[in-house]
Design a protein around this ligand. Sequence first.
Ligand SMILES: [Cu+2]
Length: 94
Amino acid sequence: MKRWLTWAATLLTAASVHAQAPTASGEITKLDKAAARVTLKHGEIKNLDMPPMTMVFRVTDPKMLDGLAVGQRIGFTAERINGQYTLTSVTKAP
Ligand SMILES: [Cu+2]
């Protein structure tokens, strides 16, 4: 319970700095353009208080996935929108 409250407080804090989500990095392990979903093996996501892990994200626009492929390393910003972790920007990393 205490842990949940800490997590909820972190999300509220993240929402208040909505416009300044820091860039995180990750590697694409699965792509589903039709469903606008991408699976990332990602590093720490500071604004979501999330440690490194592999998980599914939605994207705000499936066009963000154009030109990307499994194995591509990316820089991205992610936010929690309507209860779902969502990529709000993606850039290819070398
Ligand atoms: Cu995660």
